[in-house]
Design a binder for this molecule. Structure first.
Ligand SMILES: *Cc1c(COP(=O)(O)O)cnc(C)c1O
Length: 416
């Protein structure tokens, strides 16, 4: 590898990111005190602001008991509204179209209750063959819920081109297209507006799982006319393990009284919530998809993190992300030749986010990631059997981290 440590340091000085806002785990091996952390696509790091903000919310409970619903510094009754505007801006939604609630797969189910409505010959759900297992299980269970055979109802396709071709040729059978905006395994960024348009042209509903896209790439869900979407907050959104998820419902569906939906007391208009009437009066916003009163101490870390994204701006982060991932790609281009390695993530900037996925020819991705961590202090993650994922995150990753990762990979996977 010809790239030098000094050059990586120089790039960091000129393009420093926001590492100081985060706790960086100490390394458990290698030459440097801090981990070179590339697993922000799996679990993002903790913002330094999380603990003090969370403690302030906890303190209100100690001080106020039940009165905190109205009198807390950030009152609990409307607490979720503190997250709505920032979540909406992050994904390019109107404030009425976004809500933070539940977890990702739960939100996918609640949204499919509304948006997967098989009828006549139009019953199929299109997903990608490399869909995250939770999404596969979710759509199969939705098919069974409607009395359909999941083996024929769920159609698994290889990628964006295959989805477009299927919609052109057999689109009249498709009820729902549900794809990952960025694929968790390959790191491929889908052409969300083009696939959404093609799905609509075929008469289908189009939903997106943005687990690997939210906080990673710029999104314009409203303008792209996406029907619904959901995302988690513990990956790029740095809100902690199992953090509350987001959901998006396009404005044109918000006031549709024919849309089926599962409801609870948080689905009703807050102005009448405590009238305790027997029939809900849902507002014409995504809030109507809420069911229960939310866990305040889980909302706090999401709020803190969304405020960081809002302050810096997703477009600025995406620009740095392309520089950082482009740098890592250039280093890997030097490491790959002669080794049993292939970078499977597309090269074109509009077809990837932060993540670069490397396929290890002789398998054993788990062995490689263990050695990267314990011998070099580099945390990447393995998707068995043969993919190692590196996600330089524009908020806190550095060019020096990328240099360490490429050097460590070169030392770990021998030339053949
Ligand atoms: C991370 C991830 C999930 C995880 O689902 P949870 O409901 O948050 O446990 C689901 N789908 C995709 C595509 C993911 O990347």
């Amino acid at each position: 590898m010809t790239a030098t440590e000094e050059e990586a340091r120089r790039r960091d000085a000129g393009d420093p990111g926001h590492r100081d806002l985060f706790h960086i785990p100490p390394a458990t091996g290698g030459d440097f005190a801090e981990t070179a952390y590339f697993a922000g696509n799996s679990l993002g790091l903790q913002p330094k602001a999380t603990v003090p903000e969370l403690l302030a919310d906890l303190d209100d409970w100690a001080r106020l008991g039940v009165e905190g619903h109205l009198e807390a510094g950030r009152p609990w009754l409307p607490y979720h509204e503190l997250l709505t505007a920032t979540a909406a801006r992050l994904v390019g939604a109107l404030p009425t179209e976004a809500v933070v609630m539940n977890s990702l797969t739960v939100n996918l189910h609640l949204l499919m209750v509304s948006f997967y409505r098989p009828a006549g010959g139009r019953t199929q759900i299109l997903i990608e063959d490399t869909a995250f297992p939770s999404d596969s299980y979710a759509v199969r269970s939705q098919a069974r819920f409607h009395g359909l055979d999941p083996d024929t109802t769920v159609v698994r396709l290889a990628g964006g081109e295959d989805v477009l071709a299927y919609l052109r040729e057999r689109g009249e059978r498709v009820a729902l297209v549900l794809l990952g905006g960025v694929n968790y395994l390959t790191g491929e960024l889908m052409d969300i507006p083009a696939i959404t348009r093609a799905g609509h042209d075929a008469g289908a509903v189009v939903g997106w799982d943005l687990a690997h896209a939210a906080g990673n790439v710029s999104l314009r869900l409203h303008d792209w006319d996406v029907d619904f979407a959901a995302w988690c907050s513990y990956k790029y959104l740095n809100s902690g393990p199992g953090a509350l998820a987001g959901a998006f419902v396009h404005e044109r569906h918000l006031a549709d009284p024919a849309l089926p939906r599962f409801e609870g007391w948080w689905s009703t208009d807050p102005a009448t919530r405590f009238e305790m009437t027997p029939v809900a009066r849902p507002p014409a916003t995504a809030d109507a998809w809420q069911i229960s009163n939310p866990p305040i101490f889980s909302m706090g870390p999401v709020r803190t993190s969304l405020e960081i994204f809002d302050r810096i701006g997703m477009d600025a982060l995406r620009a740095r992300s392309l520089r950082l991932t482009g740098y890592l790609r250039g280093l890997l281009d030097e490491v790959v030749p002669g080794r049993p390695l292939v970078v499977v993530t597309p090269r074109e900037p509009e077809r990837h986010g932060c993540q670069l996925s490397v396929r290890i020819g002789d398998g054993r991705a788990g062995d490689v990631t263990r050695r990267l961590r314990h011998e070099h202090g580099v945390i990447a993650d393995a998707r068995e059997p043969d993919v190692v994922r590196f996600a330089p995150v524009p908020l806190y990753s550095t060019y020096h981290d990328c240099w360490r990762a490429a050097r460590a990979l070169a030392a770990t996977v021998k030339e053949v």
